[in-house]
Design a protein around this ligand. Sequence first.
Ligand code: FAD
Ligand code: NAP
Length: 311
Amino acid sequence: MLDLAIIGGGPAGLAAGLYATRGGIKNVVMFEKGMPGGQITSSSEMENYPGVPQVVDGITFMAPWTEQCTRFGLKIEMENAVRVEKVGSHFVVHFEGGKSVEAKAVIVATGSKPKRAGVKGEDEYFGRGVSTCATCDGFFYKGKEVAVLGGGDTALEEAQYLANICSKVYLIHRRDEFRAAPSTVERAKKCDKIEFVLNAVVDEILGDASGVTGVKVSLKDGSSRQINVPGIFTFVGLNVQNGVLKDDAGNSICELTPGGNVKVNHKMQTSLPGLFAAGDLREDSPKQVVCAASDGAIAALSVIDYLREHA
Ligand code: FAD
Ligand code: NAP
């Protein structure tokens, strides 16, 4: 039986792995369904982690985290966890394909993933001109015009990244105020390759057999506009990934908020003893790498106490 199973290998899971192994927990495995690093690896720039003044892309930023954890004994397995179950005083983590493991404690750090905007044509052309990752797909539009949808930090930052590659970026947002940090908005406004299309709702993403050909938007004044672009990047927020916490009947094994985030106390304990949650997944998460890492560290330290008390 594992002493600790960590589900998810983003900043929260990796920080938990570091603090758990370095804190003396012997048998710790982190399960990650893709590559460790989490959603920040889709970011083109990371500039607000304290102590790291140079601006780097998310993949470069996260690369040393895994190496640091494994040095202290964290084992990493590439598995997609589908369900966590408490059986008596321990947990069983079930994986896609039927495998399962037993663990004395579990930290869930499965984060969140990009939402779909729900626009006509979005699903049809997803991967054929519709993208949620500028770092991954921006290069395909080198020297071309693209559209970006959204008014949060991600949209405003990634619009600037795309402006370095593309000939023009149409930033389409449904309001004329932004969720993004004011300094990020100011920088984007100073970029002469970004045209702001505000108070604008995308009615349809247009395309043909080759993929996206444009977007049709309705403006607040009642007019409409067609913007001809071969690509649109949608950055309209995130969905929490809490599926592992649902039983076969769809009921959650610990308390969740109405939005699906996990309720935790200041020790990252959920309502189910031995089960901890950290990072973007938890209630009131500030959705920052530094905060996810902090949550992971706190959760691991709490697990050390929990295992001592339940030895
Ligand atoms: P995540 O990073 O989402 O990691 C969760 C991990 O769990 C993923 O690797 C996922 O594959 C894995 N996983 C999920 N479900 C399962 C499962 N069932 N089984 C196994 N593994 C699973 N924050 C900043 O501080 N500064 C920034 O500049 C910044 N820029 C950003 C730019 C973009 C484009 C995005 C999308 C986010 C940005 N953020 C930024 C936010 C930051 O990335 C997140 O707050 C942070 O990554 C959350 O970490 P996490 O570990 O909680 O979750
Ligand atoms: P977000 O802050 O939730 O912003 C989503 C944006 O998309 C909002 O402007 C929203 O409009 C718009 N939107 C939502 N649904 C839409 C729809 N169906 N159609 C059109 N527009 C829609 O999401 P995010 O930008 O991905 O950021 C997520 C979290 O990560 C935030 O907490 C953010 O601060 C953090 N983050 C931080 C950094 C950083 O620190 N540098 C970078 C990236 C992300 P309204 O504003 O009108 O609701």
